[in-house]
Design a protein around this ligand. Structure first.
Ligand SMILES: [Zn+2]
Length: 151
């Protein structure tokens, strides 16, 4: 069993490297400066106010791989539901504070995910952007074209 809090898993490192190659600079495992949000973002872009979370398929109940474990379902069911609720709560609080949230599943292609993050970050770097646009999913769930088309 992997631990939930980890410093740089493989998928996260791959995303960081892909973003670095694209010339983006960010803070790693940083506290989000929003009251009431005690979660740390995996990647944080302070200027454009973009928080990136790389979600583990199991812990965050990915629709493709996040099947509920049969063993000890009485334990894992509520725990995973709480995780998902916490994610939505984090998304909402950040959006209310004017932050953009990008969630990436650990199973996603790092370069495709980096393209989504880059589009959001560069889009918000321009002046007079809308605020609180809500969470952005990278390609699998949201559709790459949709995410890119918003900037
Ligand atoms: Zn998955």
């Amino acid at each position: 069993m992997r631990s939930q809090r980890r410093a740089g898993t493989g998928p996260e490192l791959a995303l960081r490297q892909a973003l670095w190659r694209r010339g983006l600079r960010y803070r790693v495992d940083a506290a989000v400066p929003v009251p009431g949000v005690r979660r740390r973002a995996d990647l944080l872009f302070s200027g454009p106010r973009v928080a990136v979370f790389v979600d583990g398929c199991f812990w965050h109940a990915c629709p493709e791989h996040g099947t509920a474990p049969r063993a000890n379902a009485w334990y894992w069911g509520p725990k995973l539901v709480r995780n998902a609720e916490r994610d939505r709560d984090t998304d909402r609080r950040l959006a209310e504070a004017g932050w953009a949230v990008v969630r990436v599943w650990e199973h996603e292609d790092a370069d495709a995910a980096a393209a989504v993050v880059e589009a959001v970050v560069r889009g918000r770097a321009k002046p007079a952007r809308g605020r609180g646009a809500g969470p952005t999913r990278s390609p699998t769930a949201a559709g790459l074209g949709e995410a890119l088309g918003r900037s």
